[in-house]
Ligand binder design. Sequence first.
Ligand SMILES: C[S@@+](CC[C@H](N)C(=O)[O-])C[C@H]1O[C@@H](n2cnc3c(N)ncnc32)[C@H](O)[C@@H]1O
Length: 496
Amino acid sequence: MSTLYDEVLYPNAPFSQTHPDRLATLATLFGMDPAPIHGCRVLELGCGDGQNLIPMAFENPTAQFLGLDIAGVAIRAGNQEIATLGLTNLRLEHADILDAGPELGTFDYVIAHGFYSWVPEPVRDKLLALAKAVLAPHGVVFVSYNALPGGRIRQMFRDMMLFHLGPVTGFEAGIQGARQVVGWFQASQHSEGESSIIQAQVDSIMERQPECLYHDELGSVYHPVYFQEFAAHAARFGLQFLSEANYFEMQPRSLPAAVVAEIDRVAGSDRIVRDQYLDFMKCRMFRQSLLCHHSIVLPEAPLAARLPSLFVCSAAKPVSAKPDLSSGVAEEFRGERGAGVTTAHPLTKAAMLLLAEAWPQTLSTGDLLAAASRLAGQPPDPQGLAHILLSAYTAGVIELHAQPAHCVARVSQFPTASELARSQARRGRLITTPRHATVEVADEKVRALLALLDGTHDVAALAHELQPVFQLPEDELVKGIQLNLTLLAGMGLLVG
Ligand SMILES: C[S@@+](CC[C@H](N)C(=O)[O-])C[C@H]1O[C@@H](n2cnc3c(N)ncnc32)[C@H](O)[C@@H]1O
């Protein structure tokens, strides 16, 4: 059977928030004992052409991966790439999940990204029933979905676009008409008093890849849910809410402290009720929730005591050129999305400095503690550091990982990028890092450099190979290569 997803291929991509490393990290923090990544089994439902699973399988050759999708064209494209890369630990199958059952086996991690809100009710039920049936005792399920109340704003634009399209069908006419009417809406707004949520949705429609817009907003099913409805739906199938995949998104962040205190008072210890109130206050549109078996007793909040089994890294950099680690002097470390930390605590400053120097590599919490206490000249304080790291994680300043990052921070004599990154560099601008993030390498000359990094070329050999591409005097070329290698290392693309 051919589906709309066969006619217009959905541009699938790697999503770091679905990676078993992320799922295992959150499960660990909430006291579970998730399967180590190196030997785990992963199932993705609605995997498209496997662009999410392929880098995972490539980086974790001893783990096993299975993807199911009803779109045969996407599955065939994915299987072709799997054969080219010679991956033997990943299978993509052309299947309707309505026909799948426990015969698939047991899985430690089940992923359904961009699926729940775009399929009819029997398929939504089957997603949860199947996840429950195949989930290992300490397994984790990832489900993303359109959330309410923000989904009502999305609905308003969907209604507007579908009204305007009327009987018009087809990809190109659909995208053109949809953007036309949203363009009229945009032109009719006045900058004063315009809601930033509405403006963000207009921008998202105008900038989204046409194939995504076509399926996400104009598809026949659009089913946003309140978080508490989703949690109740999961509970009907014996699953419970564990955490959001992006932990910092669960925080009240910019909400006034007095409002948060009132919500805490009303919600008591009920995490579902508290999160639902926060969704109302933030007008939340999208959720990426993790689920586990209902029988597991979860703590109300992540446990600092679990930090020693995790790895830490941070992209935050010290604001001052030479941070003063002595007691009483406040230093600021600033990271991505404006997340930052200002502290006068010597051990914390030393830890943040060490993480900044190690980026993009991870450090075990044990190694970080020992090195920070040496650098700060302070006695080690494992419990204190664990609590500090947990608050930095909550604020989005540091990352926690269940497995160490497979990348190097410094450029070696024979710089190496993964075979996957090299083959992606030959094909286009989007490259997957070993940590499952997508980075854009826009400059085709830098991509030519990346494609050569198989560990057999030093800088002189790279300069020799790249001379016809760069066409620069030799000393400038060597400098340019060294600079770009440092940039590629900073992006986490060098593995040796
Ligand atoms: C919106 S796309 C998301 C694809 C991918 N997971 C992503 O997030 O980029 C939804 C996918 O679910 C697949 N799908 C829809 N109904 C399905 C079903 N009953 N069984 C298996 N796959 C299905 C579609 O073919 C499509 O590839």
